[in-house]
Design a protein around this ligand. Structure first.
Ligand code: ADP
Ligand code: MG
Length: 304
C-alpha cells in the first residue's frame, strides 16, 4: 500500500499552509513526518485521509485518488487525529463497538473488538469510561479506533505528544508492532521520536518539504556543506541561467528579480555569482548570505 502525494498546495484563505508538496511512502515502512509547529503536518494528514480537500494537487492511496474515492480510501486508512478526539462519557468497549459498526457487519463486530482490546492492552480498562482514563490509556483507545478495521495504511498525527516517558515507550512499541505489516506515517515535532521508530524521514517547514531521506542518511545530509544566498538583480533572468552556474543546486525566484540560490561545497558562492552577473550584463542590487533552511529547521527541532 503506497501513499503518493503529488504537487499538493493548500490555502486557508490567503495563507498558504502547503506549497507544492510531493512525496511517496512505500509499503511496510514507518515514515516520520517531522517539522516545527505550524509547518503543515496536520494539514497534510487531513488531506491524505480525505477529511479536507487540497486547493490543488492529488493524493493517491495505492493508486486510488483520495478526493474521488473517499469512502473506499477511508476503509484502507486508520487515522489518529491530533489531540485524539474521543467521547469521554462512553465506555471503552462500547466506543470501540461503535467504531467497529461503522466498518463491519454485526456478526464479526465482537471479534474485532475483542481482538483490538487485547492488541492495544486495554483489557483491564474496557469497562471504564474514556473520560476516566489516563492520557496514555486514552491514546491507546485512539490507536485502537485507528487499527480496529485492520487498515493497511496508518496515519498518526502527534501520537505521543503530551505522554509521560513510560507511556511514550509503550505507544511507540505499539506503533512499531503495527509497522511490521502496514504502511505507517507519523507526524512529530521531535527528532528523537523519528530516530526511535522510523525508517525514513520527510522534513517539512513552512509548508515546503526540505528533506526526504532514509534515517541512516539524515545526519550526513544535514551536515553536508551548503550555502544559501539571496541575490537581487536589476533585470529579469531565466532560472536555467542561474542553475547552470557551477555548484548551484537550486535557484528559486522570490520577487522583484530577487532569487534564493542554494549551492553545495565550502567555496564561497558569492564571487561566482558576481562573475555570473558581469558576464550577463546584470547589476547586483542586493546579496545576503542566509542560513540553510534545513540546518535552521533542524536546530529548531533539536533545540540546539
Ligand atoms: P502542524 O501540524 O505542522 O503544526 P498545521 O497543519 O496544523 O501545522 O498548520 C499549518 C498552518 O496552517 C499554520 O500556520 C496554521 O495556523 C494554519 N492552519 C491550520 N488549520 C487551519 C484552519 N482550519 N484555518 C486557518 N488556518 C489554519
Ligand atoms: Mg499538527
Amino acid at each position: 500500500m503506497s501513499i503518493t502525494v503529488q504537487g499538493v498546495t493548500k490555502y486557508y484563505g490567503e495563507q498558504k499552509a502547503l506549497d507544492n508538496v510531493t512525496f511517496k511512502v512505500e509499503t511496510g515502512s514507518i515514515t516520520g513526518f517531522l517539522g516545527p509547529n505550524g509547518a503543515g503536518k496536520s494539514t497534510m494528514m487531513k488531506i491524505i485521509t480525505g477529511f479536507i480537500p487540497a486547493s490543488s494537487g492529488e493524493v493517491y492511496i495505492n493508486g486510488l485518488e483520495v478526493g474521488t474515492n473517499s469512502l473506499e480510501v477511508k476503509k484502507q486508512i486508520g487515522y489518529l487525529p491530533e489531540n485524539n478526539p474521543l467521547y469521554p462519557e462512553m465506555y471503552v468497549r462500547e466506543y470501540l463497538g461503535f467504531v467497529a459498526s461503522l466498518y463491519k457487519s454485526e456478526t464479526n463486530r465482537k471479534s474485532l473488538v475483542d481482538n483490538i482490546i487485547e492488541v492495544t492492552g486495554l483489557t483491564a480498562e474496557q469497562k471504564k469510561t474514556i473520560g476516566s482514563l489516563s492520557k496514555g490509556y486514552r491514546q491507546r483507545v485512539g490507536l485502537a479506533q485507528a487499527l480496529i478495521h485492520k487498515p493497511p495504511v496508518l496515519i498518526l498525527d502527534e501520537a505521543t505528544t503530551g505522554l509521560d516517558p513510560n507511556q511514550i515507550v509503550e505507544i511507540r512499541n505499539l506503533i512499531k508492532e503495527a509497522g511490521r505489516e502496514k504502511t505507517v506515517m507519523l507526524s512529530t515535532h521531535i527528532m528523537q521520536e523519528v530516530e526511535a521508530i522510523c525508517d525514513r524521514v520527510i522534513i517539512i517547514d513552512k509548508g515546503i518539504i526540505v528533506a526526504d531521506e532514509d534515517i541512516a542518511n539524515i545526519y550526513s545530509v544535514i551536515k553536508k556543506p551548503r550555502q544559501v544566498v539571496r541575490i537581487g538583480f536589476d533585470k529579469e533572468i531565466l532560472p536555467e541561467a542561474l542553475s547552470s552556474v557551477a555548484n548551484v543546486t537550486l535557484a528559486r525566484p522570490l520577487k522583484d528579480n530577487i532569487w534564493l540560490v542554494e549551492a553545495e561545497g565550502t567555496d564561497d558562492i558569492r564571487p561566482v555569482l558576481f562573475s555570473f552577473a558581469v558576464q550577463n550584463n546584470l547589476t547586483v542590487l542586493s546579496l545576503q548570505k542566509q542560513e540553510s533552511n534545513l540546518e535552521e529547521v533542524f536546530r529548531h527541532l533539536t533545540n540546539l
